[in-house]
Every structure is written in structure tokens, then in C-alpha cells.
Design a protein around this ligand. Structure first.
Ligand SMILES: Nc1c(NC[C@H](O)[C@H](O)[C@H](O)CO)[nH]c(=O)[nH]c1=O
Ligand SMILES: CC(=O)[C@@H](O)COP(=O)(O)O
Length: 160
């Protein structure tokens, strides 16, 4: 289902485990800051809405999405967290750099999920235009940060 047919911000709170006892790390890329800050707000607000304590949400910033893998690895290996959310916004430019950044970031975060026992949630927008990014970070398609927060809670308690 394409995002166009799924609002990224809708969740049934009654079906989401309470996050009161959980600790979360959120690593935020500074590239396209207006987008990533909107994604962060969506994630933070959803975690708190589902019971997370604000003091149990640790935020770190990294320069760009390519650095999210290292930032998430450092977060999960040095902080006591139950899940990490990696937030980025990659917007296509003139060259193929977009493809390399997106691929490396996706593969890197996937690799962390294989190598470690703490879920790392892929909250990285990969858009052709700024409008697409705006639509998915609190715009007409909702907020992928909200979606990522719900996934983080669900994965943090998986198998418990
Ligand atoms: N163009 C975008 C980047 N590029 C920067 C890289 O992520 C990385 O920081 C640099 O290559 C140094 O290692 N990053 C984004 O997050 N979004 C972009 O649109
Ligand atoms: C995703 C990128 O790295 C990209 O925005 C950089 O732009 P350009 O390809 O024009 O150098």
C-alpha cells in the first residue's frame, strides 16, 4: 500500500502496549532540519501519548542520514534503551549521491537490527521533492515519526 493510501499518523492506542517502563533513543539527522524536527516531534509526542516518560527518551543529533547508522550503534551500545528510532530526510539532488546515501543508510540500519538485540526503527524519508517530505512529516499523509514511534514500542516488547 502506498503512503498515499495510508495516513502515517493514525494508530489505535488501545492496541499499543503501554510504554511507561520503556526507554527510547532517538538519533536525528540535521540535514533538512525542518523535516527531521517535524519527524522528531511526531515520534516524541506519540511515545509520550502511549505512556513513555519524557526522561526516558534520549535524543542525539548527527550531521546527516549517512551518520545515523553510527549514531544508532553508539546509542544502543552505550545507553540502556529498549529501542532506537533513526530519523532522517534525504531529498534527491542533481547527482546519484541520493541513491548512495539512501542505500547505505537503509543497509546500515538493517545491519544493526541483525547484529544487535535492540530494534532500530528506520524513520528516514527518501523523497524526490521537498513537498513529498513535507507531506510525510506532518502534512497530508501524516507523520512518519508517529509511525516510527508506534513501531518502536511494538518492537521493544516483541516476544515478551
Ligand atoms: N543530501 C543529503 C544528505 N547528505 C549528507 C550525508 O548524509 C552525509 O552526512 C555526508 O555524506 C557526510 O558523510 N544527508 C541527508 O540526511 N539528507 C540529504 O538530503
Ligand atoms: C541526497 C544528497 O546527497 C543530495 O541532496 C545532494 O545533492 P546533489 O546530488 O545535487 O549534490
Amino acid at each position: 500500500m502506498a503512503t498515499e493510501n495510508k495516513n502515517l499518523s493514525i494508530y489505535d492506542k488501545s492496541k499499543i502496549p503501554n510504554a511507561k517502563s520503556l526507554r527510547f533513543g532517538i538519533v536525528v539527522s540535521e540535514w533538512n532540519e525542518a523535516i527531521t524536527e517535524a519527524l522528531y516531534k511526531g515520534a516524541f509526542d506519540a511515545l509520550v501519548d502511549c505512556g513513555a516518560q519524557q526522561e526516558n527518551i534520549i535524543r542525539w543529533s548527527v550531521p546527516g542520514s549517512f551518520e545515523l547508522t553510527f549514531g544508532a550503534k553508539k546509542m544502543l551500545t552505550t545507553e540502556e534503551v529498549d529501542a532506537v528510532i533513526a530519523i532522517g530526510s534525504v531529498i534527491r539532488g542533481e547527482t546519484s549521491h541520493f541513491d548512495f546515501v539512501c542505500s547505505a543508510t537503509a543497509q546500515g540500519i538493517k545491519d544493526l537490527n541483525v547484529a544487535y538485540d535492540v530494534p532500530v526503527i528506520f524513520c528516514v524519508l527518501t523523497d524526490d521533492t521537498l513537498q513529498q517530505a513535507e507531506d510525510r512529516s506532518g502534512g497530508k499523509h501524516g507523520n512518519k515519526g508517529t509511525e516510527a514511534a508506534i513501531a518502536a514500542i511494538q518492537m521493544a516488547v516483541l516476544g515478551n
